[in-house]
Design a protein around this ligand. Structure first.
Ligand code: PHE
Length: 347
């Protein structure tokens, strides 16, 4: 105990303690420094504030009250400084962990529709303007819709098992001789012509877009699965001139005003006469084949119960991949199925 201690010197020491404590707590740069400052000033055992509190006993009883009041103020001040230093360092810690709200944001990457889907939507929209509704049919198809109803006879080479994906009968491949071939993955969207006409009387004006399957070896222009757009218009008095008008209007809408189209004689069992449809545009010299077309064969109209004396119609089938590739200058069909984001991002 220090008998010479007076209230004045004790309070002066208290004030020096307060400003030293303020400096240490406010100046702490990380949680470690702050903890050291807390122990030095507010520590329960040997903290400087604890020592200052014990000094009370050395003072004259008359001085104790004034000293005690001042002591309490200093203690409250240092405790609240400790608290605000904790808050300050905690928020700084979060910023260091990567949540710096002042950094510019990272824009989320948005996906978009596949180029084939975009093509499909565009074709649907163009033919919609010409009054064509959308029809659909199954990809697993029976032989009636894929062949018989389309006037493709039993012995026709188009039915060759090497050119089609036939499905095993319900009893397995062993029961093939019993059941015969019964179902397949459709090889053309012309199946949908039949399904539409079986279900509604003329007039008919539809397109059908979807996948078709053929066991072709994959290369830059072939795939075992691709997409077709089928068109069918049947009513009184439809002629080849209507077919050519509709396909020219379509070609101009999809490929540009400078496109020209030409028909070359061809053969399909379900159209008579039949043509291949070629297109050329942007002043290029080379004609590109886009698909087949023709006037619906009377046998097909009869197979769905239509009267070929009363109505006539045209049909066409174009390759979607081919249209999409010509339009965008894509030279390898495989690019459309690989899901390479760098490729897809361009469309
Ligand atoms: N279905 C034929 C094909 O896949 C295309 C076609 C459709 C031809 C309609 C004439 C009429 O090759």
């Amino acid at each position: 105990m220090n008998p010479t201690d007076t209230l004045e010197t004790a309070v002066a020491d208290l004030e020096a303690l307060e400003s030293a404590g303020r400096g240490a707590l406010e100046g702490a740069g990380d949680p470690g420094e702050l903890e050291a400052a807390r122990i030095e000033f507010l520590g329960q055992k040997q903290g400087r504030l604890k020592t200052a509190q014990e000094r009370l006993k050395t003072l004259e009883p008359a001085a104790r009250r004034a000293y005690g009041q001042r002591f309490n103020q200093v203690k409250t001040t240092l405790e609240s400084l400790l608290e605000s230093a904790r808050v300050r360092l905690a928020s700084r810690g979060q910023a260091l962990e990567g949540i710096d709200v002042t950094l510019p944001g990272v824009p989320p990457v948005l996906g978009h529709r596949h180029p084939l889907t975009q093509t499909t939507e565009e074709l649907t929209e163009i033919f919609g303007r010409f009054g064509f509704a959308v029809a659909r049919g199954p990809e697993v198809e029976d032989l009636w819709h894929n062949f018989d109803a389309l006037n493709i006879p039993q012995n026709h080479p188009a039915r060759d098992p090497l050119d089609n994906y036939y499905l095993a009968p319900p009893g397995g491949v062993e029961s093939l001789h019993e059941h015969g071939l019964w179902a397949m993955l459709r090889s053309q969207t012309s199946t949908v012509q039949i399904r539409v006409m079986e279900n509604q009387p003329p007039p008919v004006r539809v397109i059908a877009i979807g996948r078709v399957y053929r066991p072709d070896t994959v290369d830059a222009t072939h795939s075992f699965m691709f997409h077709q757009i089928e068109g069918l218009m049947v009513q009184k008095g439809v002629t080849m001139a209507d077919l050519k008008s509709v396909l020219s209007l379509f070609a101009r809408a999809y490929l540009g005003e400078d496109v020209r189209i030409r028909f070359r004689p061809s053969f399909f069992p379900f159209t008579e006469p039949s043509v291949e449809v070629d297109m050329v545009w942007h002043g290029k010299a080379r004609w590109v084949e886009m698909g087949g077309a023709g006037m619906v064969d009377p046998n097909v109209l009869r197979s769905v119960g239509y009267d070929p004396e009363d109505v006539s119609g045209f049909a066409f089938g174009l390759g979607i991949e081919r249209l999409c590739m010509r339009r965008h200058g894509i030279d390898d069909i495989r690019l459309l199925y690989q899901n390479d984001v760098d490729f897809l991002r361009q469309f």
